[in-house]
Design a protein around this ligand. Structure first.
Ligand code: EPU
Length: 438
């Protein structure tokens, strides 16, 4: 069911909100529980639809899940893990890409795994070739069937040497979740080292895994025979924190984000400061605000950690429409994450997108046909419009644009935003946003 937000723009967002566990850690932490032989406890879990989808998926596989409101606690009991029907997985998984990460754990626990065709945000092809190549290297056999993929491991899974073609977050997690119980040692080169991955490694270590991370993107894992449960508080959501920071800048507001942490956001904070945003860090969170006066344009490239996250790019571009001069943004992680800019242009922004790698080093999309660089010219006042949410981050960005714009906008399909932004209408209320649900 499509939900429409009627947004009356032009009011600065001012107030206090809180971010809890990171969406991009929580689903993987829940999958890790499938490897455990005891109960697991996750804390700080946000109320986002992704968590509901993964809970349902795990329940289909026999994991008993209990949640309490207290501190967003999730209790997972994987004692009776069992095979699920592929039709049920397919019907349930929807756009989630989590089923592919269940492969390693299910192969260890049950000797086989089924996965449906995967969905995801409309930000690029998002293939799973790295995942399948990695699983084959561990000894899995992949059989393509009309209803999906069936994986088996007749001789069990054995440690291996893997070099990823690109430091993919998902493929790195795939290696971790498979190698921890594989026979022998695994060496992973060109690994992704996002803070959410390090948090997953911390969970696996609590469970009994032996994993070391070198400074040169090399992760080494020694397989163990048994993994126990864990008790873990999820790392806070730095994408959500950065999104609210951009909302403060674009609406000339002032937002205190409780739970935001400096370490995982260092690259974001540097960019925020270069653009002219102000922030103040304390032990509980970070306050972000527009200090008044003109903002500065910048040249920016998205990249894997420790680079500027691709997920911060869309909300930041909205703020860049309010900077003076020309900003250049080169998206190097996803080939198709600039599509959302056309609606901003309809709202009065001056943004041109290019196939060339602008402003940075040539990326994987050089000589390809993807519009993956943008030039933003500002400042331009934004005017109200009727907009359709394209994907999670693009959707939040449209919301920011509508809140910054003069007049009343209609944002259709806003339910997508709940996939990654918990209690977001409550937070809009807390920040004084003027809007209503149609
Ligand atoms: N890729 C392949 N083949 C693969 C896997 C990835 O070509 O088998 C490519 C992708 O197409 C993309 C690049 O590698 O061009 C990076 O993809 P990655 O595997 O790193 O992304 P992911 O694991 O699918 C996670 C987050 C994304 C976030 C990216 C990058 C989750 C659930 N999703 O996706 O988050 O953008 O890492 O940091 O953790 C979001 O939160 O809105 C979101 C899209």
């Amino acid at each position: 069911m499509s939900a429409t937000l009627i947004v009356h723009g032009g009011t600065p967002l001012v107030g206090d909100i809180e971010v809890r566990g990171a969406k991009n850690l929580v689903s993987k932490a829940m999958v890790a529980a499938v490897l455990a032989e005891d109960r697991c406890r996750l804390r700080g879990i946000p109320e986002i639809s992704d968590v509901q989808v993964v809970s349902g998926l795990l329940e289909l596989h026999g994991v008993a899940i209990d949640s309490t409101d207290e501190d967003g606690e999730l209790l997972l009991d994987p004692t009776d893990v069992a095979q699920a029907q592929i039709a049920a997985i397919d019907a349930h998984a929807g756009s989630s890409r989590v089923p592919v990460l269940l492969c390693g754990p299910l192969l260890h626990r049950l000797g086989e795994a089924f996965i449906p065709d995967l969905g995801g945000c409309r930000i690029g092809e998002r293939p799973i070739n790295y995942h399948l190549d990695v699983l084959r290297q561990f000894g899995a056999q992949v059989e393509k069937r009309p209803e999906g993929l069936r994986l088996t491991a007749p001789a069990g899974l054995s440690g291996t040497k893997v070099t990823l073609p690109y430091p993919s977050v998902g493929a790195t997690e795939q290696v971790l979740l498979t190698a921890v119980r594989a026979d022998g040692r695994t060496e992973l080169r060109n690994a992704a080292i996002e803070p959410e991955i390090l948090d997953l490694i911390a969970i696996l270590q609590k469970m009994g895994a032996i994993i070391s991370v070198d400074t040169d993107r090399v992760i080494r894992i020694e397989g163990v025979e048994r993994l126990g449960g864990f008790d873990h508080r999820a790392i806070p959501d730095r994408i959500e924190a950065g999104s609210w920071a951009c909302a403060a800048l674009a609406t000339r507001g002032d937002i205190y984000v409780r739970g935001a942490q400096q370490g995982p956001m260092m690259t974001f904070l540097n960019v925020f400061r270069k653009v002219g945003g102000a922030f103040d860090i304390d032990d509980e969170g970070i306050r972000f605000w527009h200090p008044g006066g003109p903002l500065s344009s910048i040249v920016l490239e998205t990249d894997v950690h420790p680079g500027f996250m691709t997920d911060w790019q869309q909300p930041l571009v909205v703020a860049l429409t309010q900077t003076t001069g020309l900003s250049i943004v080169h998206e190097t992680v996803y080939e198709n994450r600039m599509g959302f800019t056309s609606a901003l242009v309809d709202m009065g922004a001056r943004i041109q997108v290019y196939r060339e790698c602008l402003g940075g080093l040539p990326c994987r999309f050089q000589q390809e046909n993807y519009l993956h660089s943008a030039v933003v010219s500002g400042p331009t006042p934004l005017r109200a419009a009727e907009i359709e949410v394209p994907d999670l981050r693009g959707g939040f960005s449209y919301l920011i644009a509508a809140l910054a714009a003069d007049g009343t906008s209609k944002v259709h399909g806003s339910e997508l935003i709940y996939r990654g932004y918990e209690r977001f209408s409550e937070k809009l209320d807390a920040l004084g946003a003027d809007y209503q649900l149609d």
